[in-house]
Design a protein around this ligand. Structure first.
Ligand code: PEP
Ligand code: MG
Length: 767
């Protein structure tokens, strides 16, 4: 047997001797992934240590008859065993091999005393069924052989942390069969670091989830800092969202003592974006390579030193198998409920329970079955208590912090990063938490909610049995109808009209502005949009900015000031008026910004009636002026409703577009010169006119070439004959009226099958 193996000699199958961490670092090294050099002190070395020194018998004696549910007894036994291991001298022959290996690392970097990380690598920890985050210890910034040897013993001792003893007993692992390896690896002095999941760990979607913070990765992994969170869409190869969080503390190397210390983040870095484009590029490329290499979605840790990304750990994501068991769609309608605090949706599900605030580990006994554990951030010691809890709420942490990972694994809802839960939630109060939306409510209504949601879910399954490549979305014009629209099983909202929300106030929106009541208008919009984005979350909702012809405002309060237009349909409406009177557009963008800040990342902005690219540019400037960043915070798109925009679509694409949607109601009226509301000419009105179809096909072709998503939200999207043409032309989604969604979905499925059959026939005939 070898006491020590260098990474180059190890692969992922070596978990029994190198532990999960060591085996995966070897695997990554051999796959050519940048990993700092290092070696593993094998698990057999540990076995040799406890047998050769004879301490194994003492350990077994101490574990005999231990009641793991007696917290104080468990803690005491754990302390005693750890003390025994750290004070027992390592036999000479083992010491010699470790010293040689450490010296070899020093030679590699031409330094006397290379600074290393000493990390325990448990042979059971990283197994797919037992990935309890942070179960064993890591010691950073260690240099000099004496310190290395001491910390190796500390790692061995960590096999007997109270939580580890508890976990093994719970999972029927025999204590004496579980061995531990130790990784000794050159330290990366990370200026920034974090974690990366190569797919979304809560849904399995093809989206990388990257969290990053300043300094060493310990802050992110332990959850003591709320990191920046980036979602990266692997299919479209683009950043889908990036949330900058306030990073209060960081772990770093003390320049004087060389030890790892937790310090306050310098003021100018607290709210600064951590992940630069170049970091994301390196990370996502490595993420893809690693997933490809393993052939499975992976959970990784990384660090950046001097601009270069190093991978520090990788293991398969273990929570994905359970996703189908979690009723992910259960989420609360929060319109009438009192929200006590908000955080990140870290583990889905809705539960109620009694608040138990944990400020200190010795309070863990107070968590009884069904309580909600509220704490600053969970630690591995809390796992036994977390298992008894109904749900978890934390002050700190992101969606990949300890609390989040463990909760997902345990299948209990978790809200992380509230910033205040331990101070605002009252001990023994009854609360309900929504782990999908990240909300904490007053009162107990989880059961009642689960029942209604279950009924809705059954109806929905019956209504939407088909899966189509082309998305089938739904149009929503009244916020109160959102639930019904959702029940169709639609893939999102392809058009959310705002006119009804604004007109419902009985006052023209301009009057709010004139009277200095912008806040009220923003609130009307927030309340209205919320009803839709909430029901559909996380499916996308495209909010269409105001487009009402002047004649529709006439009867409202303030309508007397509206101009008399001979042709309102050709008049002061849509983007034209919004740019002339930007206050309304600003109010709309402010409402979207507010919702976006509350976690509704499923909103897109859609501009109506554009005829020149300047309008797109100006609208984006207005969005930026209120702090809403087009393409970054929200997708930005336009309706194609004027022949002008359809003919010169490439100029709009150049200006920057995420998506287009055909407003065939207007496009037809403008192409054929027919007022869509004039009954005298209605008989000529048809979207199937070859000129309209030609314009649409031109836009789809150009957009496809440029990677811009295409959709339709005009009435033609509810007409089978047009839908067939659009699907064949390669449109990405069809947005139909609520009543038509089901029919259109069936039709789309049929057309898609037909296309595939025809292609297959052609192949068979050798065409
Ligand atoms: C359209 O023009 O097709 C459209 C969807 O917009 P609206 O009907 O609201 O003008
Ligand atoms: Mg229109």
């Amino acid at each position: 047997m070898n006491y020590v193996e260098f990474f180059e000699q190890i692969g992922k199958e070596d978990i029994p001797i190198a532990g999960g961490k060591g085996a995966n670092l070897g695997e990554l090294t051999n796959a050519g992934i940048p990993v700092p050099p290092g070696f593993v002190i094998t698990s057999e070395t540990y076995l040799k240590f406890i047998t050769k020194t004879g301490i194994v018998d003492e350990i077994n004696k101490m574990l005999e008859g231990l009641d793991i549910n007696n917290t104080s007894e468990l803690q005491q036994v754990a302390e005693d065993i750890k003390e025994l291991i750290t004070t027992t001298e390592i036999p000479d022959d083992i010491q010699r091999v470790i010293i040689e290996a450490y010296n070899a690392l020093c030679v590699n970097v031409e330094l006397d005393d290379v600074v290393v990380a000493v990390r325990s690598s448990a042979t059971a920890e990283d197994l797919p069924d037992a990935s309890f985050a942070g179960q064993q210890e890591t010691y950073l910034n260690i240099s000099g052989i004496d310190d290395v040897l001491y910390n190796v013993r500390k790692c061995w001792a960590s096999l007997f942390e109270a939580r580890a003893i508890f976990y093994r007993a719970e999972n029927d692992f025999d204590h004496s069969q579980v061995l531990i390896a130790v990784v000794v690896q050159q330290m990366v002095n990370s200026e920034k670091a974090g974690v990366m999941f190569t797919v979304d760990p809560s849904t399995g979607a093809e989206e990388m989830l990257i969290e990053g913070a300043w300094g060493l990765g310990e802050g992110v992994v332990s959850g003591t800092v709320t990191p920046d969170t980036c979602r990266y869409d692997k299919i479209n190869d683009e950043v889908k969202s990036y949330k900058i969080n306030t990073k209060k503390t960081m772990f770093t190397k003390d320049p004087e003592t060389g030890a790892t210390v937790q310090v306050e983040v310098p003021e100018e870095l607290k709210d600064k974006k951590v992940l630069e484009d170049s970091d994301l590029e390196q990370l996502t490329t490595l993420g893809r390579r690693i997933q490809k290499h393993y052939g499975a979605p992976m959970d990784t840790e990384w660090g950046v030193e001097n601009g270069k990304v190093y991978m520090l750990q990788a293991r398969p994501i273990t929570t994905l198998d359970d996703i189908s068991d979690v009723d992910d769609d259960i989420s609360l309608d929060d319109s009438e409920r009192v929200i006590l605090t908000r955080g990140l949706g870290a583990s889905p599900g809705v539960v109620s329970g009694t608040v138990k605030v944990i400020k200190d580990l010795d309070e863990l006994d107070k968590i009884l079955d069904g309580d909600i554990l509220v704490t600053t951030m969970t630690t591995p010691d809390m796992v036994p208590a977390m298992k008894r809890a109904n749900g978890i709420v934390t002050d700190e942490g992101g969606v990949t912090c300890h609390a989040a990972i463990i909760s997902r694994e345990l299948g209990i809802p978790c809200v992380s990063g509230t910033g205040e839960a331990t101070t605002v939630l009252k001990e023994n109060a009854t609360i309900t938490i929504d782990g999908k939306k990240g909300l904490v409510y007053e009162g107990d209504f989880a059961k009642e909610e689960a029942n209604t949601q279950e009924v809705a879910a059954t109806q929905q399954v019956a209504a939407a049995p088909l899966i189509t490549v082309t998305d089938v979305k739904v149009n929503v014009s009244m916020a109160d109808a959102a639930q019904r629209a959702y029940a169709t099983g639609a893939d999102g909202v392809g058009l959310l009209r705002t006119e009804h929300m604004m007109l419902e106030t009985g006052t023209v929106p301009y009057k709010f502005i004139d009277e200095g009541r912008e806040d009220e208008l923003v609130k009307v919009l927030v309340d209205g949009i919320l009803k839709v984005v909430d029901v559909f979350y996380p499916k996308t909702v495209w909010y269409r900015t105001l487009d009402a012809p002047t004649d529709e405002f006439k009867t409202l309060e303030g309508g007397e000031n509206e101009p008399d237009e001979a042709n309102p349909m050709l008049g002061w409406r849509g983007i034209r008026r919004e740019i002339d009177q930007p206050a309304i557009l600003k109010a709309e963008f402010k409402a979207i910004k507010k919702l976006h800040e509350e976690g509704y990342t499923n909103i897109g902005v859609m501009l109506p009636l554009l005829h020149k690219p300047e309008e797109l540019r100006q609208a984006k400037e207005i969005a930026r002026s209120v702090g809403l960043e087009p393409h970054k915070d929200v997708d930005f798109g336009m309706m194609v409703e004027t022949p002008a925009s359809a003919i010169i679509i490439e100029d709009f694409i150049e200006e920057g577009l995420d998506f287009v949607s055909f407003g065939t109601n207007d496009l037809t009226q403008y192409t054929l010169a027919l007022d869509r509301n004039n009954e005298l000419v209605a008989k000529h009105y048809t979207e199937a006119h070859p000129a309209v179809i030609k314009l649409i096909k031109n836009v789809i072709k150009k957009c496809k070439a440029a990677g811009v998503t295409t959709s339709i939200c005009g009435q033609a999207g509810s007409k089978p004959e047009i839908v067939e043409i659009l699907v064949e032309a390669g449109i990405d989604s069809i947005s139909a009226n609520t009543d038509a969604v089901d029919t259109i979905r069936r039709l789309v499925a049929k057309v898609e099958k037909k296309i595939m059959l025809e292609a297959a026939k052609k192949t068979l005939n050798g065409e």
